[in-house]
Design a protein around this ligand. Structure first.
Ligand code: NDP
Length: 299
């Protein structure tokens, strides 16, 4: 007689522990740089009072402090004009003491996000969103890699080792997660399928994957029917659910309970991709400081 298993088989991937390792490495590099008289510094710009953005900025500043990176928080009210924001970025671009510039997105509707991202020097664009960095990633010679996809890749390599030949399905095609994620996986020699809102037979395609990365922004949309038994699943989604009693709870795009019955490993929300994103931001800032120091030594 066969008995159906209802026990979770998936291992929970501990994003917090992995992020600690990345942060420790960044911290050691900062110590080395400081011995050479170089203080890595990150400027974080927040426009408006979006509560989620405030939490993200606070967490980034906390991680910078922990890593030994000097941080400069520039907070503006939502009435800031695009002109004023561009002038602030221009000043930071020219400030030799600043290695990384991050503008927390989303911006208020009257500000053109693309113009703002483009205004940041590609060498200080620690989010990796500048068209030059995005194009570099596509061509396989990126200078700075976007933090969330980089964090996902590190988690996958830690879980599976060499990713060569694996079939990866990325659900979502945004410029900040889905597209750069697909490029990184291609560079890691995966066969990559990208799914989006107009994909046909998305569930069938997803069920063929060894690796599934969900970056959709729809709470618990992906259940076990999307997942091949033994696949590794990375949940990028961060969605806030309001429960019947009025309390709120963070959930991902993956239905964790259902998927953990079939997957080999899965990232939880919270405690999965989120901490890795912040750790990779610190790593990108340190890498930018290292490359600025090298350029300065040559001139
Ligand atoms: P976007 O809204 O920019 O993109 C969502 C993507 O999902 C789009 O490409 C859209 O397709 C696709 N999509 C929507 N519905 C479906 C569907 N039914 N089937 C398949 N694809 C669908 O979101 P982001 O990429 O910015 O973010 C995604 C999630 O990740 C959000 O929850 C966000 O909060 C989270 N996030 C988490 C981070 C972290 O550090 N953990 C960092 C960044 C984001 P189409 O293009 O056709 O519209």
């Amino acid at each position: 007689m066969t008995t159906l298993t209802t026990q979770p088989v998936a291992r929970a991937i501990d994003g917090r522990a992995s992020a600690e390792k990345v942060l420790l490495q960044a911290q050691q590099q900062v110590e080395q740089l400081k011995k050479q008289g170089i203080q890595p510094a990150l400027a974080v710009i927040l426009v408006g009072e979006d509560p989620a953005s405030q939490v993200y900025v606070r967490n980034k500043l906390r991680a910078a402090e922990k890593t030994g990176i000097k941080s400069l928080a520039l907070r503006f009210n939502a009435q800031l004009t695009q002109q004023e924001l561009l002038a602030t970025i221009d000043k930071l671009n020219r400030d030799e003491q600043i290695n990384g510039i991050l503008v927390q997105l989303p911006l208020p509707a009257h500000i053109d996000e693309r113009a703002v991202v483009k205004a940041i020097s590609p060498l200080k664009d620690v989010d990796g969103f500048h068209p030059e960095n995005a194009g570099g990633l596509l061509q396989g010679h990126s200078v700075i890699t976007p933090c969330t996809p980089l964090g996902c890749l590190l988690l996958l390599q830690q879980e599976l080792g060499d990713l060569s030949g694996k079939h990866a399905v990325v659900i979502g095609r945004s410029n900040i997660v889905g597209k750069p994620m697909a490029s990184l996986l291609l560079q890691a020699h995966c066969s990559v399928t990208t799914l989006h809102s107009r994909s046909r037979d998305a569930v069938t395609l997803s069920r063929q994957a060894d690796i599934v990365i969900a970056a959709v922004g729809r709470p618990q949309m992906i259940d076990a029917s999307w997942i091949k038994p033994g696949a590794v699943v990375i949940d990028v989604g961060i969605n806030r659910l309001t429960l019947a009693d009025g309390s709120t709870r963070l959930v991902g795009d993956i239905d964790y309970e259902s998927v953990s019955l079939v997957a080999a490993a899965i990232t939880p929300v919270p405690g999965g991709v989120g901490p890795m994103t912040i750790a990779c931001l610190m790593q990108n800032t340190v890498s930018a400081a290292l490359s600025h120091a090298k350029t300065a030594a040559r001139t």
